[in-house]
Design a binder for this molecule. Structure first.
Ligand code: NAD
Ligand code: DAU
Length: 360
């Protein structure tokens, strides 16, 4: 049994689906206890295809609830914890940082403490094999100028948003639990993911759905901010690789070697839609691009140097941005029922709040 926290969200959900439905024969596969609070970002529809799989157990719980976590450790005796659960949207962290402090920092602290209590009492062989894998972000490193080298694991932490600061704090806690208590931890710092089941508050799914619904495609500021995009399935294989082969106490940067300016990402989505779902009036979806007020403290450029994980663990991404974005656009066209399910009243309130401000 492994624990996956946040397994009803975007990356955790993709990870659990790949784990349960992937190539490993079922008999050799560890079961998953999927622990998720089901915030606005958690969606059981994502897990519909594994609803009846005996090797997947869903547990509605908050990682910050230490007593509950301790009880789950006692009951299920996992050999690893994969910690995805977090508040993950930068804009939400600007509007209301409290939930980010609570889940990303206090939640990680409580989960670490429950893990430590369980791990300390394990027999020595199981103790040595146990892993706590903390899923983190490149945003902890701050921002790059156009000519700076990409982020390495040795870069200083310089987080700029409440979200990034909360993730940086959680990374520090995980590191300290290794150095002080010997907990066998692994930390991954990944760049921007995209792909199926991505909540439509984030740039790529938001623009795909707004485009086909005839709505504006909102670009913050001048649209020249650069992100390094990784197809989510590649992130999932990287995490699995780190879990299997990573050295406890080490951190691994994960990225797609795909730096793109936001405006170019959105134009590429429009081009694909023009090709596979042309508008009836013959105009391009790119006409819906609208420049809006910039995000406060908006980091200009992220780029990941993923050479350590390739050199030491043999992982590299399979998808290019061109192949991954095409699959992603097609996935959203093919899954309107999933989109319907996640676009709840709460989400609509968020959209009204975030995009109510006038044009830049
Ligand atoms: P997400 O917002 O889509 O999903 C987060 C999940 O965590 C949801 O299912 C939510 O219900 C759950 N959750 C939130 N608070 C919880 C709590 N207190 N207890 C239990 N469950 C809780 O996020 P995501 O994009 O899938 O990101 C997953 C992880 O990967 C996060 O730690 C994030 O920081 C990190 N990350 C994300 C990206 C990205 O591009 N999305 C890139 C690098 C790292
Ligand atoms: O870098 C990894 C991070 O990537 C993860 O840690 C975060 O959890 C994840 O949300 C993501 O953060 P970003 O802020 O980079 O992603 P987002 O999709 O919100 O924005 C991507 C870029 O697009 C960013 O420069 C802001 C811009 N943007 C975003 C939205 C939602 C727009 O121009 N318009 C928009 O409407």
């Amino acid at each position: 049994m492994i624990f996956v926290t946040g397994g009803a969200g975007f990356i955790g959900g993709n990870f659990v689906l790949d784990w349960i439905l992937g190539d490993t024969p079922m008999s050799q596969q560890d079961s998953v206890l999927n622990i998720d609070k089901l915030t606005y970002a958690g969606n059981l529809e994502t897990l519909a295809s594994i609803k009846n799989q005996a090797k997947h157990v869903f547990m509605h719980a908050d990682v910050a609830d230490r007593a509950r976590m301790s009880q789950l450790f006692k009951e299920y005796q996992p050999k690893a914890v994969l910690h995805f659960a977090a508040e993950s949207h930068v804009d939400r962290s600007i509007h209301g940082p409290g939930d980010f402090i609570q889940t990303n920092i206090v939640g990680t602290f409580n989960l670490l403490e429950a893990t430590r209590a369980y791990w300390s009492d394990l027999p020595s062989d199981q103790k040595a094999d146990f892993r706590f894998l903390h899923v983190s972000t490149d945003e902890v490193y701050g921002t790059l100028s156009p000519t700076d080298p990409a982020f390495k694991e040795t870069n200083a932490y310089e987080p700029n948003s409440p979200y990034a600061a909360s993730k940086a704090a959680s990374d520090h806690l995980v590191r300290a639990w290794h150095h002080t208590y010997g907990l066998p931890v692994l930390t991954t710092n990944c760049s921007n993911n995209y792909g199926p089941y991505h909540f439509p508050e984030k740039l790529i799914p938001l623009c795909i759905l707004n485009a086909i619904n005839g709505k504006p495609l909102p670009i913050y500021g001048d649209g020249q901010q650069v992100r390094d995009w990784l197809y989510v399935k590649d992130h999932c294989t990287a995490i699995r690789t780190v879990l299997e082969k990573g050295t406890p106490g080490q951190t691994y940067n994960i990225g797609g070697w795909n730096e793109k300016a936001n405006i170019d990402v959105v134009k590429q989505i429009c081009q694909i839609l023009d090709e596979i779902k042309p508008k009836l009036d013959g105009t391009s979806y790119a006409n819906q691009i609208t420049f809006v007020k910039d995000r406060p403290g908006h980091d200009r450029r992220y780029a990941i140097d993923a050479s350590k994980i390739e050199r030491e663990l043999g992982w590299k991404p399979k998808e290019t941005f061109e192949t991954g974005i095409r699959k992603t656009v097609q996935w959203y066209l093919d899954h309107p029922e999933w989109v319907e399910g996640v676009v709840s009243g709460n989400y609509r309130q968020w959209i009204d709040l975030q995009y109510a401000t006038p044009k830049a």
